[in-house]
Ligand binder design. Structure first.
Ligand code: NAD
Ligand code: MG
Length: 385
């Protein structure tokens, strides 16, 4: 029996994680479940899973959570510090599935506690990669990648070592606008952008997939998790999302991990690691799929790829600035305030206007994150007047 906490339990990844736990009730005991503001869903799953504590990020929702949990035996807590405290309860395994840099402090706290951290929350690693990897080393925590590409690379590394890697090939679906002309992209609506052709995901990552910023963030994520050098990490568009990534070794032998595009597969891998558990996911029917296609990404129509690679090369706080500006721009796009093509433009403007010394602490990262958000707001204001 392993004790488990899920940060972002009401989201897409959190819900998939709960689905797997439900199917293996004798193997896992839930400690903490968290959400940002959805009290009803959080209270419902916390009761069902007999969690020890349920934490709502938005402190104004505390009374509502407490009322919803009355008589259940589940403790209610609220606010950022409560999220951090919940991450330090010493669960054997923690799913970090908050979206955005909001997950940074809880994820760092879970790493500090020294258990196993299954990382979906890529924005925290993008923003504070060096500090996070240091923390994992210092506290002897195990960091398992849940992002499907990084989980694939991790699986392809079994039995191999980083020194023997010639290339890591990160695959990308290309998103819903892979074949759109640049001119047509200007009028893309939020509803079109969140309708991913292969994966069902939260709104923010779906927009990131559409701009391909998701692949840019994943490039930075991969560079921290698998430090082979940025020039050895390539992006390859593969529209079917069957191959989740590949590792080419120096003898030119290439390993790939394949599966249906269902996040429960990489989540199950991280949940059971180093063992395996059954999932209800579709077996891969390659005869039906028939063919797998590949193409080079187009950096002209998808400038986010260029911006992210440059930010990764610059290092220091630059990826945190890239991420913060992108979070602001994506939220504004989803809110109907800016156009699709404005997202990358805003990120580029913020990167051009703002830099800061390499962060020594998480507070430094969060200060840069806040400053970048302010700049992004300024850029948007100029756009919308
Ligand atoms: P989602 O929007 O569906 O869920 C996000 C979760 O985080 C929710 O539980 C929400 O309540 C919580 N949350 C949001 N803002 C918060 C805040 N300020 N404080 C505390 N909690 C907050 O997102 P998702 O699609 O599940 O993605 C979660 C993370 O996993 C993201 O970093 C994403 O990039 C990554 N990821 C997701 C997928 C996927 O298939 N959905 C795949 C790979 C990686
Ligand atoms: Mg991914």
């Amino acid at each position: 029996m392993r004790s488990i906490s899920i940060f972002g339990a009401t989201g897409s990844v959190g819900t998939s994680t709960l689905d797997l736990i439900r199917r293996n009730p004798d193997d896992y005991q839930v400690v903490a479940l968290t959400a940002n503001s959805d009290v009803d869903t959080l209270a419902k799953v916390a009761r069902e899973m007999r969690a020890r504590v349920a934490v709502i990020g938005d402190p104004t929702r505390y009374a509502a959570l407490k009322a919803a949990l009355a008589g259940s035996g589940v403790e209610a807590a609220a606010g950022e510090q409560a999220l951090v405290d919940a991450a330090q309860t010493g669960a054997d395994w923690t799913m970090a599935a908050i979206v955005g840099c909001a997950g940074l402090r809880p994820t760092m706290a879970a790493l500090k506690a020294g258990g196993t951290v299954a990382l979906a929350n890529k924005e925290s690693l993008v923003s504070a990669g060096a500090l996070m990897m240091d923390m994992a080393r210092q506290s002897n925590a195990t960091l398992l990648p849940v992002d499907s590409e990084h989980n694939a690379i991790f699986q392809c590394l079994a039995g191999g070592s980083l020194e023997d890697i010639a290339r890591i090939i990160l695959t990308a679906s290309g998103g819903p606008f892979r074949t759109r002309s640049h001119a047509d992209m200007a009028n893309i609506t939020p509803a079109q952008a969140v309708a991913h052709p292969n994966w069902s995901m939260g709104a923010k990552i779906s927009v990131d997939s559409a701009t391909m910023m998701n692949k840019g963030l994943e490039l930075i994520e991969a560079a921290h998790l698998f430090p082979v050098g940025l020039d050895r990490i390539e992006i390859l568009v593969h529209p079917q999302s069957v191959i989740h990534s590949m590792v080419e070794y120096r003898d030119r032998s290439t390993l790939a991990q394949l599966g249906s595009p269902d996040m429960r597969i990489p989540i199950a891998h991280a949940l059971a690691w180093p063992q395996r558990i059954a999932t209800p996911c579709q077996p891969l029917d390659l005869a039906r799929i028939g063919r797998l296609d590949f193409e080079a990404p187009d950096p002209t129509r998808f400038p986010a790829l260029r911006l992210a690679r440059a930010a990764a090369a610059a290092g220091g706080v630059t990826p945190a600035i890239l991420n913060a500006a992108n979070e602001v721009a994506v939220a504004a796009f989803l809110g109907g305030q800016i156009g699709f093509l404005d997202i990358a433009m805003i990120v580029e403007e913020v990167l051009n206007r703002y830099s800061a010394p390499a962060p020594a602490t998480i507070d430094d990262v969060l200060a840069a994150d806040a400053q970048a958000r302010t700049y992004a707001g300024d850029v948007m204001e100029r756009l919308t007047v």
